[in-house]
Design a protein around this ligand. Structure first.
Ligand code: FE2
Length: 294
């Protein structure tokens, strides 16, 4: 059983060593320090804040919550697979319907196609270095299926309950891998990620489906509880990349600190695998899937 989260300095060219790949296969997680330049992280954060500035929260009030899954009932979420949309924290509004703090500090996330629709996100997502890392872990024909900008704002950043990403980004056979970038320092205090090392060798617990009537619901596949006592925090300074298998159970605590914890995540699938039509995330034919070619 894997009992730690493997951590290395990032290889300059993105090419993972045999030791890193072996650790990734064993743990289902690989932490690479200083993968992205801190300047590039700061620039992406700045771009996200510009985009957030142009968003009018009065126009939309879809809250993203893994506790209630209430976002799944909203078309605004359901149709966001090939768009750029903003989702609010559960505690964004106070009792009188006013935003509780500055707008960017009320946002839960932005998703799910910045990597295809915004030049700054496109460039950050498609560096030769990241393409090399993706190839290193065995992708034949990788495609970026979604991007998410996670705000995890101070004081009201919500908990994300333990889950496996392959439940939501399901392919046959499973091929989803997450690439998570710390854009700001992530600590236990501001709600860093936690992973259960080796948990990718356990069953897929759920599969999320979009039904013909538009409803999005989870199907329970396996009742095995997550071994929560084995979870380990992945504290990560800005610039860190965490690669994790779509089956690896992970979560993050609430952010009750005064510091935000911005992060950017890409999810990659292999086009050689079947992508079911009842996955929640669907894209229009006008925005075909792309890999890492610039
Ligand atoms: Fe996740």
């Amino acid at each position: 059983m894997s009992d730690h989260l493997p951590k290395y300095p990032a290889p300059q060219d993105g090419l993972l060593s045999p030791e890193m790949i072996a650790d990734y296969r064993e743990s289902g997680v690989l932490i690479l320090r200083d993968f992205a330049d801190v300047e590039a992280c700061a620039a992406l954060r700045q771009r996200a804040l510009e985009m957030a500035d142009a968003f009018d929260p009065a126009s939309v009030s879809t809250v993203f919550s893994t506790r209630t899954d209430e976002h799944q009932a909203d078309d605004y979420f359901a149709e966001s697979g090939d768009k750029i949309r903003f989702f609010l924290e559960s505690d964004a509004f106070d009792g009188s319907g006013q935003l509780r703090q500055a707008k960017e500090d009320c946002l839960n996330k932005m998703g799910h196609a910045m990597h295809d629709l915004d030049p700054a996100f496109d460039a950050f997502s498609r560096t030769p270095k990241l393409a090399q890392a993706v190839r290193s872990i065995g992708f034949q024909d990788p495609a970026i299926i979604q991007s998410m900008y996670i705000f995890k704002p101070p004081r009201i950043g919500g908990e994300v309950v333990c889950h496996q990403d392959s439940a939501y980004i399901y392919t046959e056979p499973e091929s989803c891998v997450g690439f998570w970038f710390a854009l700001e320092d992530a600590t236990v205090e501001n709600g860093c990620m936690y992973f259960i090392p080796g948990g990718h060798k356990s069953p897929l617990r759920k599969r999320n489906h979009r039904f013909a009537d538009g409803r999005i619901l989870d199907e329970i596949l396996d009742e095995t509880p997550y071994p929560m006592h084995l979870r380990l925090p992945a504290e990560a300074p800005a610039g860190t990349l965490v690669i994790f298998n779509g089956r690896t159970p992970h979560m993050s605590g609430p952010n009750t600190s005064s510091k935000s914890r911005h992060a950017y995540t890409l999810h990659v699938i292999d086009r050689a695998c079947h992508y079911p039509e009842d996955n929640w995330l669907q894209r229009s034919d006008e925005l075909p899937l792309r890999g890492f070619e610039a």
